[in-house]
Design a protein around this ligand. Structure first.
Ligand SMILES: Nc1nc2c(ncn2[C@@H]2O[C@H](COP(=O)(O)OP(=O)(O)OP(=O)(O)O)[C@@H](O)[C@H]2O)c(=O)[nH]1
Length: 302
């Protein structure tokens, strides 16, 4: 990137968004970055990969690291890898946004807070304030949670409305080091199209399979071919599940469900990539993979 292309910023740095599943981390990231780069779903733990979203504002560039949902209920190898990913992602960030839901700070929230490095500035983000009916309830809640750590700032927000996101930006900017922009202004994610294709499929699986399957299913892109046909991308993907019964759930009666997952994922890809997409999906049983760390590494969850 030449100097002429660089946005005139005076601060730039890495921001991690952490919080227990479902507090709204992906929604917040999307609201801040202004374009869909991560996925959201009502089901917990949809974000397994580290995703970068970049928000360039006058005078400041935020590079967001969206860490995996922190899981405390199950403790198989998958969760150990996920929890380790939280710690790894935090090692080189400049500021951590610890997201909780307004009026709710349970044992899972506190446990995650206790894992945050003592020497990192942490901003407490109270999301979903739009749901709080009596705003007077916020003050005693803030007084209580502010005792948990010496926070750099405490900001009530709503990622969906949106409310107070500018205040959150301003408080976050204060914690970033002085320096030039690290990425071109129009760059919203460093993830490849192949990765985004997998994310789109995974999002549809979460939406359409819902609570019937545990989260132990994953998407592996076997083929991603942009070159053999002009204006059309060929995508072959495997949906890996843990058992035959999970396979049956994923496929659905008469193949209805997998067909819908495929159709919706394809439409999402066509909108995102702005070209035609041919998508082929297979559901495969990969028994015991969620308990096997070597297997997980092979699928890129390290
Ligand atoms: N009312 C309200 N709902 C919100 C807000 N932010 C997020 N949500 C909803 O909360 C749910 C979870 O949001 P996500 O962004 O997927 O949560 P997450 O923390 O990324 O979840 P994991 O990927 O499981 O860790 C979704 O249904 C969102 O629409 C908010 O500010 N207000």
């Amino acid at each position: 990137m030449s100097e002429a292309e660089q946005a005139p910023v005076s601060r730039a740095g890495y921001v991690a968004i952490v919080g227990r599943p479902n507090v709204g981390k992906s929604t917040l990231l999307n609201a801040l970055v202004g374009q869909k780069v991560s996925i959201t779903a009502d089901k917990a733990q949809t974000t397994r990969h580290r995703i970068l979203g970049i928000d360039t504002q006058p005078g400041v560039q935020f590079v967001f690291v969206d860490t995996p949902g922190y899981q405390t209920k199950h403790s198989n190898a998958l969760n150990r890898v996920l929890n380790r990913a939280v710690t790894t992602a935090l090692a080189d960030v400049d500021v951590v946004l610890w997201v909780i839901e307004a009026l709710r700070c349970g044992p899972d929230d506190r446990k995650l807070l206790s894992l945050l490095p003592a020497n990192k500035p942490v901003i407490l983000v109270m999301n979903k304030v739009d749901r709080v009916e009596r705003k007077n309830d916020l003050l005693p809640f803030v007084a209580e949670v502010s005792k948990l750590r010496d926070f750099a700032a405490i900001v009530p927000v709503s990622a969906t409305k949106p409310i107070q996101l500018d205040v959150l930006r301003a408080e976050t900017a204060k914690q970033l080091p002085e320096g030039e922009a690290m990425f071109p202004e129009d760059e919203v994610t460093d993830r490849s199209m192949r990765f985004m294709a997998a994310e789109l499929i995974r999002e549809k699986v979460f939406r359409l399979v819902g609570d019937e399957l545990p989260y132990e299913s994953t998407v592996v892109i076997e083929r991603f071919d942009e070159t053999s046909q002009p204006g059309r991308i060929e995508v072959h993907a495997n949906l890996l599940v843990a058992s035959e019964s999970q396979r049956a759930i994923m496929i659905g009666a008469g193949g209805e469900r997998i067909k819908r997952i495929g159709t919706e994922a394809r439409k999402g890809m066509e909108a995102m990539f702005e070209c035609g997409v041919h998508l082929e999906l297979w559901v495969k049983v990969k028994s015991g993979w969620a308990d096997n760390e070597a297997g997980l590494r092979a699928y890129g969850y390290d």
